[in-house]
Design a protein around this ligand. Structure first.
Ligand code: PMT
Length: 411
């Protein structure tokens, strides 16, 4: 099964891409495509001049949204500049012409793009693109210096052969470089203002509870997992805006509102349900206490009691987490390990064996069935303890960490 990797280098959900007049406008198309691939909503706003270099139809086709050009186009509240800028997490102007940079510097607002830049309350990033003499001109240099002093992030330009045939500084950064640098700028910004990580639009599968392996019509093998930890994690992921699929063995937990809940009994059923829902999954969290073995031949009828000893043959169950983590293009996989002793050693060994970026360890005797817990997170950088607390508090802390990694804030 082919899946998109979750690594998002741009840690925001909605970007206004402003395109101004310049030959580098064609690079904006690839830049928009890269953002969209990462799940970012892109609203393109173009100046009149930009429309001479690339058509709104191209950008609309790439982003799936009508492109805004005219300040006077009707909007529901008649305030396109306010409504559009308020809906954005950041504005990126790429390419930013010398003329547009001059406008920004002086706070001019004579078209939709310049007006919404002035009206914004989110970070503004510009990627200049122009002829080298225009770039080196004292007026442009003065303007750029002023923009930086005003807190605007200027990315590039690069040097090289220019569209006009001259060589020097003034080329807009290539789309991939720009996406990477925009990601870095916005990650620093999120850190500095303490933005809550966000999982909107991300599909997360969580397994929870025990499994039940039938011995006969009425008896079975199970364990004491209550589902509390897994359900709390589902709740915490929903609070961050994720699309949650909760695949659970038998528990008495109330279903988290807003999650897609799939009830299963056995490990094999859980495995089938996971495979069925995997498409588009960005994050997989295995909290379930899956039975390692099942009865080779469960009896359809109730086994009658007799004086003779009864031997059950057990065969290994499929390892669901190991299967998901070893897919060619796996989602970000988080495993759990409940150990009764040597927690650090066994948990780290499980993490390596299943090739997991993150494994959460807990002491079985304290964790299973209880209302609170203590978690130890193991990853490539070492370990971190989330001290004893109720399971929902821990789930929220864990999901914050997973979301930050997903947004590229943490490595
Ligand atoms: O439900 P609660 O009462 O709140 O308790 C929570 C918990 C103690 C069950 C939970 O915090 C926990 O630790 N779950 C993992 C239990 C465990 O020890 O699993 P394991 O060591 O057998 O497996 C390691 C990992 O592989 C787990 O993520 C498990 O979901 C997964 N696994 C294991 C076997 C298998 N066949 N398929 C799997 O996916």
């Amino acid at each position: 099964m082919k899946q998109e990797p979750i690594k998002r280098i741009v840690p925001v959900n909605r970007i206004i891409l402003g395109i101004t007049g310049g030959i580098a406008a064609y690079k904006a198309a690839e830049f928009a495509r890269l953002l969209i691939k990462q799940g970012v909503e892109v609203q393109v706003v173009m100046t009149e001049a930009a429309c001479h270099f690339i058509t709104p139809a191209t950008m609309q086709a790439l982003t799936g949204r009508p492109v805004l050009v005219n300040q006077w186009d009707a909007t529901p509240n008649g305030m396109a500049h306010i409504a559009t800028s308020r809906a954005a997490d950041a504005i990126v102007i790429a390419p930013a012409s010398a003329d547009f940079i001059a406008k920004l510097t002086h706070g001019l607002a004579d078209d939709l793009l310049s007006t919404l830049c002035l009206a914004r309350n989110c970070p503004l990033i510009v990627a200049p693109a122009m002829n080298r003499e225009m770039w080196l001109n004292a007026a442009t240099q003065r303007n750029v210096k002023q923009l930086v002093a005003d807190g605007v992030q200027v990315l590039g330009p690069d040097s090289g052969v220019q569209a006009c045939g001259e060589e020097g500084m003034g080329r807009m950064l290539e789309a991939a470089e720009l996406a990477r640098d925009v990601g870095r700028v916005l990650t620093r910004h999120s850190d500095s203002v303490g933005l809550k990580p966000d999982l909107r639009g991300q599909k997360i599968i969580i397994t929870a509870g025990p499994t039940y392996e039938a011995i006969d019509a009425v008896r079975g093998i199970t364990n004491r997992s209550s589902g509390k930890m897994g359900y709390a994690i589902a709740q915490a992921a929903l609070e961050l805006g994720a699309e949650v699929t909760l695949i659970s063995g038998p528990t008495a937990q109330p279903k988290p509102q807003g999650a897609q809940c799939v009830d299963v009994q056995s490990a094999e059923q859980m495995f089938d349900a996971v495979k069925q829902h995997l498409s588009g999954c960005a994050i997989f969290i295995g909290v379930a206490a899956v039975a390692d073995y099942r009865v080779a031949q469960p009896s359809v009828q109730k086994i009658k009691k007799s004086a003779a000893p009864l031997t059950l043959e057990l065969v290994p169950n499929p390892d669901i987490l190991a299967y998901v983590a070893n897919l060619p293009n796996p989602p970000f996989c988080v495993g759990f390990a409940a150990e009764s002793e040597n927690l650090a050693e066994y948990a780290e060994a499980k993490r390596r064996a299943k090739k997991l970026p993150l494994l959460v360890g807990n002491l079985a005797q304290q964790a299973i069935g209880s209302d609170d817990n203590e978690l130890i997170l193991f990853d490539d950088s070492g370990r971190q303890t989330l001290p004893r607390a109720d399971k929902l508090t821990l789930a929220r802390q864990l999901m914050q960490r997973i979301a930050q990694r997903n947004q590229g804030v943490l490595k």
